[in-house]
Each structure stands twice: as C-alpha cells, then as structure tokens.
Ligand binder design. Structure first.
Ligand SMILES: *Cc1c(COP(=O)(O)O)cnc(C)c1O
Length: 466
C-alpha cells in the first residue's frame, strides 16, 4: 500500500514510513493512493465477530503486509484488551432508531484511546524492527496528552514528553497524565498557556538538532494510523445494525475532523452510509464552510466542550483532496489562501461534499439544554461533546427510517463540570479509576523557554542503543 500527499509534491511512502513521518514534506497530509474495498460478502461475514477481529480485517489492507498477519493480530488484540467493555465500543439504543456508539471505555475515558492504544504499539513494533528509539513530543490542553501517554507507557523504544499549561488543565485531566509513573513518560508543566506549549513543540519538530539524530514522532491526529484505527468502529457499528443489507447514518462531534474523516473512509471502502452529520460547538468553521461556504478562521472561543475548541480543522484537508478529485495543486492553492485570508471552496467540490455531509453548530446554552433533554427522554447522561452530536443528529437527520448512530466521544465523568452546570449532582468516575485523586503524581514545572524544554528532553530521553 502506498500513501500520497494531499498537496501532490511529497514522495509517496509505504505504511511504515507514513506512520513514522506524520506530516508530508510539502505541508500536506498522507492518504492511501487507492482506497481498499470491502465487498458486500466481506462486510456480511463480519456480523458477530469480535471487535479485534473486525479491526484486523478492516486495517489489514492499509498495513499492506508490512507487519505479518499473526503479529498484527496480536497488536490489535492487545490494544483493545485495555478497554473495560467486552464489546470495546458498545452500541446503546436511545430511542426507536437513534443509537449512541460509546467510544469512551478505554483507559482515559475518551475516544482518542481507540487510535492511540494501537498507534503506540505499531510505532514500538517498527522501532524494534529497525533497532531504533524515538521521542514523542506533544502539547495538550487535556484529552490527547493522556491518551498518548496511556498508549505509549508500555512501549520500550519510545520516550514520551507531554507539555501541558501549568495550572490550566482540570485536575482529572492532569492526574490522568501525571499519575502514570512509567520510566518513559515525562510530563512537563509549562509556565504559560496552551499556545506557548504548542509553539515549543512545533519549533522542536521544525529543528530537531537538539536530539542529535534521534527520531521525533508526532502522534497528533494527522498521523495516518490514527485515522486507520478509527475506520474500524464505523464498520463494526454499521454491520451490527444491518450493513451491508441496509444503510446507516452517523453523527460525529467534530474538531480536527480526524474522526469523521475515518467514517468517510469506511464509506469509501464500501460501507453503505446514507448521511454524515458533523456537529461542532461554537468553534464552527466546519459548519460555516458547509452551510455558507465561509472557509475562514475565527478567533478561538472557550466552550463547555473544550476538546472541540479549534480554529483550524487540520484533517479537513484530506476530505478536500477528494472533493477536488485528488487535484493536489488545487488543494494547495486553496489552503495557502486560507492561511492568510478568508477563502471559499469552488462550486463543484462544495456540491460534492453537500451530497453526503450535513452540519450543525451547537452553542454552550444548547449543550446544557441537550444534556437535560437527552436525560429526560432517555435517562442517559451525555458528556458535553456527545451532547453536540445528540442535538445535531436530531436537527439534521435526513429520515427516520435509517438508523442514526451518534458517536459518544467522552465519558460524562471526564467533563463533570458541564454536567453539573446542566443541573445534575455530578458524575462518579468509573470504579477502576475511583482512586485517581489519591494516586501519586510526577511532573516537572519548566519555564516557557524553548532552550530549557529542549535541554530537558535531550537529557531525559533514554540514549539510543549503540
Ligand atoms: C478530540 C475530541 C473530539 C474531536 O475529534 P476530531 O477527530 O478532532 O474531530 C471530540 N470529542 C472529544 C471528547 C475529543 O477528545
């Protein structure tokens, strides 16, 4: 399997190099050169299989034989054995035809575990094979950092450094990161805000001399393996509700667009999908683009669904590449314009997107209303991210006959503040985490100075084997 860049100028890579590389050298994102197909028979044969087995079958063509089948099966099995529900991602029926796909039964209670449990293990596999070590650096305001740490804590050939803004993440989110006491996990609390932390990580990727040749790996949502892992649950949920014999629809609380793009890939592979509904919070660039062709940045708003607070949706570029019929030059021109000024999509690509995608933006007051309404109607307590999806699905669904599957991206206990604001007494953590607030923590506070942070990383990473 070969992967090509959405901007058409970077060399094509195989799976191993795509996973280790992250962003393409031309500034684009890698996508498969050809989308592998799942026939109706192959889909039908998945009914009743375990999640790990479906995952193996869906992902195998993307790996393209670069990991042997038996090893890849083991990796997939281990990754999903960390989930606390036997179904890994259970479906929960809300009413006659609206379902929640619960993606929050992993170690950090949010859907990013689905991809990061797998990515850490795949990276470790390739590094062992190459006899290399690598360093992961990332900045987080919460969710991604803890999921990345949990995904890498058992990976011998990876050292992970996660920067978070000191005193500016919630206690639960901080402790999910800092109570992981593994030798290869380093939490750095930056005396600054999230943007300071992010800027230092970006600068470190741009100039890696401080690591003397050790590879620096990105685990943010542009990494292809994260998209690949997320395709699986669309297929699994679709098959559970009758695909390939009938269509299903999905509603996805969205930010960087990695999650919903994975759904689009499942559709491209052959899953019969009637409609994708994109839910956003007040940071609504995706909704503005689809509804009004207003592809323009707006200032960041802090909302009750903080993991969806973004200015730019990086993975949207992958969908644009298809909408522009894989014309890398046109995508490149559009995104360069977008960097500097408000942009708009050409008519034909926008029309193509609107055939499959609907969208809706949900403000904070409506998030609280949706949490209350969902509880009143169904007895389910939704987290604020899932609540945007619940509302958008009700507003946008094309028909009542097609099952609507809303992706539940976080456990309500992880965002208990919003649930309390909605008028509920709070949400207990699941039992396997109920000692989180007593666990020992370990982190280092550093000033927001690039040289200091880089010296810390260089000193603490474990030296490459000679
Ligand atoms: C990351 C995240 C999202 C957004 O997912 P994208 O793939 O960036 O669109 C939604 N909800 C939660 C809880 C998240 O952590």
């Amino acid at each position: 399997m070969r992967y090509i860049s959405t901007r058409g100028q970077a060399p094509a890579l195989n799976f191993e190099d795509v996973v280790l590389t992250g962003m393409a050298s031309d500034g684009g994102l890698y996508v498969p050169e050809r989308v592998p197909q799942l026939s109706r028979d192959e889909l039908a044969a998945m009914a009743g299989l375990s999640y790990a087995e479906i995952a193996f079958r869906v992902m195998k063509p993307f790996v393209g034989g670069e990991i042997d089948d038996a090893t890849f099966r083991d990796i997939v099995h281990d990754a999903y054995a960390t989930f606390s529900h036997e179904a890994v991602v259970p479906l929960n029926q809300l009413d006659s035809n609206h379902f929640l796909l619960e993606l929050f039964h992993g170690p950090t209670l949010a859907f990013k575990d689905v991809a990061l449990q797998l990515l850490g293990r795949i990276l470790d596999h390739f590094l062992i094979k190459r006899g290399e070590r690598a360093v992961i650096m990332g900045a987080t305001s919460g969710d991604t950092g803890s999921a990345a740490i949990e995904g890498c804590r058992h990976c011998d050939n990876l050292d992970i450094f996660i920067l978070h803004p000191h005193n500016r993440v919630s206690e639960v989110q901080r402790r999910q990161m800092t109570s992981v006491l593994a030798d290869n996990v380093f939490n750095i609390a930056i005396e600054g805000n999230f943007d300071d932390a992010q800027a230092m990580v970006k600068a470190s990727f741009a100039d890696q001399a401080f690591l003397d040749g050790t590879r620096l790996v990105a685990v943010n949502s542009i990494n292809w393996a994260r998209i690949m892992a997320q395709i699986v649950y669309y297929v699994a949920a679709g098959v559970a509700l009758g695909a390939p014999h009938r269509e299903v629809s999905f509603c996805v609380p969205s930010a960087n667009f990695g999650n919903v793009f994975a759904g689009y890939m499942a559709y491209q592979m052959g899953l019969p999908v009637k409609q994708f509904v994109i839910a956003t919070n007040a940071n609504d660039i995706l909704h503005r683009t689809l509804a009004d062709n207003d592809f323009a940045k707006r200032e960041l708003e802090a909302t009750l669904a903080p993991s969806m607070d973004i200015v730019v949706s990086s993975n949207f570029e992958r969908l644009l590449f298809d909408a522009y019929q894989r014309d890398g030059e046109a995508v490149c021109a559009l995104l360069e314009r977008f960097q500097h000024e408000p942009a708009a999509l050409a008519e034909a690509p926008l029309a193509r997107l609107r055939e499959k995608f609907a969208s809706h933006s949900v403000d904070d007051a409506t998030i609280l209303e949706a949490i209350r309404e969902a509880h009143h109607r169904t007895k389910e307590l939704l987290d604020p991210h899932t609540a945007t999806g619940y509302r958008a699905a009700e507003v946008c669904r094309a028909d009542a006959a097609t099952p609507m599957i809303t992706l539940a991206t976080a456990h309500p206990a992880k965002f208990a503040d919003a649930v309390v604001k909605a008028g509920f007494p709070g949400v207990p953590l699941p039992s396997h985490m109920d000692d989180l607030l007593e666990r020992e923590e370990r982190y280092t506070v550093l000033p927001a100075e690039l040289a200091v942070v880089q010296a810390f990383v260089a000193e603490h990473r474990r030296t490459p084997a000679a």
